[in-house]
Design a protein around this ligand. Structure first.
Ligand SMILES: [Zn+2]
Length: 207
């Protein structure tokens, strides 16, 4: 299959899901070069975050872009804050693919997804999910906490970041990212040698 970029005849190897700020969704299958241009652009935005630690609480985030590669088990995911902050995270390809599916069928279907079922479970047990916060990273493994209100107390449940994002998408509750984690990732996006290629491709897109 050829790259979806206009006039490009290279083989398509990377699936991109991009949810634009106007709510439109595009999901082209691209060659490495065209995909790197988009991914690099997001990484550059991640390095341009304004010091988030000057704020008291983090912004609400939504999914901005998912990139999954045929040949690779790691996928790149970018979240966009309502204040223009960007947050990159890596996750397994399957988890990212699932988020892509959720994005592309935002209209409700009759069959509940696993995450809609999780939300129904929380409700059924008398809780109310009121926030998801991504707050930890160990190696490349991001973790999130579900804040669930139940009668007079708040129960906190630890989940994978991908499940937290999916639950926030399925229920519409706010998704936040820990401020320190944003600062750490802003610095990391700027210096990681692994990301050099992405950043070069991002700079190339300016010309
Ligand atoms: Zn191409």
């Amino acid at each position: 299959m050829n790259c979806d970029a206009e006039g490009c005849r290279s083989a398509a190897v990377i699936r991109i899901f991009e949810l634009h700020e106007d709510g439109s969704l595009v999901h082209p299958m691209l060659c490495e070069q065209h995909a790197l241009t988009i991914i690099g652009g997001y990484y550059r935005k991640c390095t341009e975050n304004k010091a988030p630690l000057t704020r008291k609480t983090s912004a609400h985030f939504t999914l901005a872009c998912i990139a999954t590669c045929d040949a690779n088990d790691i996928a790149f995911v970018f979240l966009r804050g309502e204040d223009g902050t960007y947050f990159p995270l890596e996750m397994g390809k399957l988890e990212a693919w699932m988020l892509g599916v959720l994005l592309s069928r935002r209209a409700k279907t009759n069959r509940p997804s696993t995450h809609e079922a999780m939300a129904a479970l929380i409700d059924g047990l008398g809780g109310g999910l009121h926030e998801v916060i991504i707050d930890q990273i160990a190696e490349l493994d991001y973790r999130a906490k579900l804040q669930i209100a139940r009668s007079i107390d708040v129960v906190t449940v630890g989940v994978r970041a991908s499940d937290g994002i999916a639950l926030a998408m399925a229920t519409g509750v706010p998704l936040r990212v820990d401020l320190e984690l944003i600062s750490m990732n802003t610095a990391r996006a700027a210096r990681s040698p692994v990301l050099e290629a992405f950043k070069r491709a991002g700079r190339a897109s300016d010309r």
